[in-house]
Ligand binder design. Structure first.
Ligand code: AVI
Length: 314
């Protein structure tokens, strides 16, 4: 936090959004009329879940059992569509949701096992994002199993491209040849549509953005007045990303007691809080290929706003 708040321009890491209040605000964002991402991806999964599962399982005569692991599973809401399709194909399914939030995983387990009794949920509390080059430990699959790793929800878009590439390479290194990786990405589209999704009329995304200041007040004994910062969403077309910033409405000093730090803001000065990269068609497939997967299939919606791609470990 010290490094980010004393940098020029100032920045904070995007993981800071997801404390309890922030996770609730994010859930509310996914229901907003302007936030098309979740609803569009869900529609793609609804229309194509059976094909995705069949493609991951491979040709019928060789078909091994799929064991499904999801990175950053959260509430695993959309995943149920894939799990239902997998039970249709093979009966019992082992599902391993990975997340940093134990409570989100427990809630997901309770709901999934109640709704789809043939799915056994084995939650794994793990931070898969720390791309320090270390291996991602998924543990061994049984000989007759093939892993299918899900990374849906456009979460890959919150990483810088080099970090996203590293994450995919680490996932590939943890998989065996023939395993598969399902990646959900948000696509480039009209600027007005993108901007509205990150600056909604009800102000939920603004509250989500300002919540990082509330969190710093609580956890680092800081004295931010969240209302003294305006929420800004900007489309950076050169970098193909939506950026979120908090813009100081006035010149001010803010004390963070736990860091023994006083941060000075000029009027209009910003803190960069998030990037959300948007992919051009073919870009997600290129990422998969560069990481050692063969891009086998892509599913999209009629407007071409979102894509779900399946890569096979080669
Ligand atoms: C979690 N992630 C995919 C969201 C996104 O769209 O980049 C986070 C978010 N930020 C603002 N609204 C939603």
């Amino acid at each position: 936090m010290r490094k980010g708040l004393t940098a020029r321009p100032k920045r904070l890491p995007a993981w800071l959004f997801y404390d309890e209040a922030g996770s609730r605000l994010f859930d509310a964002i996914t229901e907003l009329p302007e936030y098309y991402l979740t609803r569009t991806e869900r529609a793609i999964l609804k229309a194509h879940a059976a094909e995705m599962i069949a493609q991951a399982a491979g040709p019928q005569r060789l078909r091994p059992r799929l064991r499904i692991l999801e990175l950053g599973a959260g509430s695993a809401d959309k995943t149920r569509l894939l799990l239902k399709a997998a039970t249709g194909l093979q009966g019992a399914v082992l599902y391993e949701p990975v997340d940093v939030s134990r409570s989100a995983l427990e809630a997901a387990r309770e709901r999934i096992e109640r709704e789809i009794p043939s799915v056994t949920v084995a939650p794994r509390v793990m931070d898969y994002t720390h791309g320090d080059g270390s291996r991602l430990h998924l543990g061994p699959a049984e000989p007759q199993e093939r892993r299918m790793v899900l990374y849906i929800g456009s979460s890959i878009g919150n990483f810088e491209p080099h970090q996203a590439a590293l994450l995919l390479r680490r996932a590939r290194a943890a998989l065996e040849v023939g395993d598969s990786f399902l990646l959900g990405v948000d696509l480039v589209k009209q600027e007005e549509v993108l901007l509205a999704a990150y600056d909604d009329a009800a102000g939920v995304t603004a509250a989500f953005n300002r919540n990082v200041l509330v969190r710093l007040n609580r956890e680092l004994d800081a004295e931010f007045d969240p209302e003294a910062f305006a929420h800004c969403a900007v489309w950076n077309s050169a970098a193909s990303r939506i950026e979120m910033h908090l813009k100081s409405r006035v010149a001010q000093h803010v004390h963070l007691a736990a860091l023994d730090l006083k941060v000075t803001f000029a009027a209009g000065e910003t803190i960069h809080t998030e990037n959300s990269y948007k992919f051009t068609p073919g870009r997600a497939e290129a990422f998969l290929t560069e990481a050692g997967f063969r891009a086998e299939a892509t599913w999209t919606d009629p407007r071409g706003w979102f894509a779900v791609c399946l890569g096979r470990a080669e």
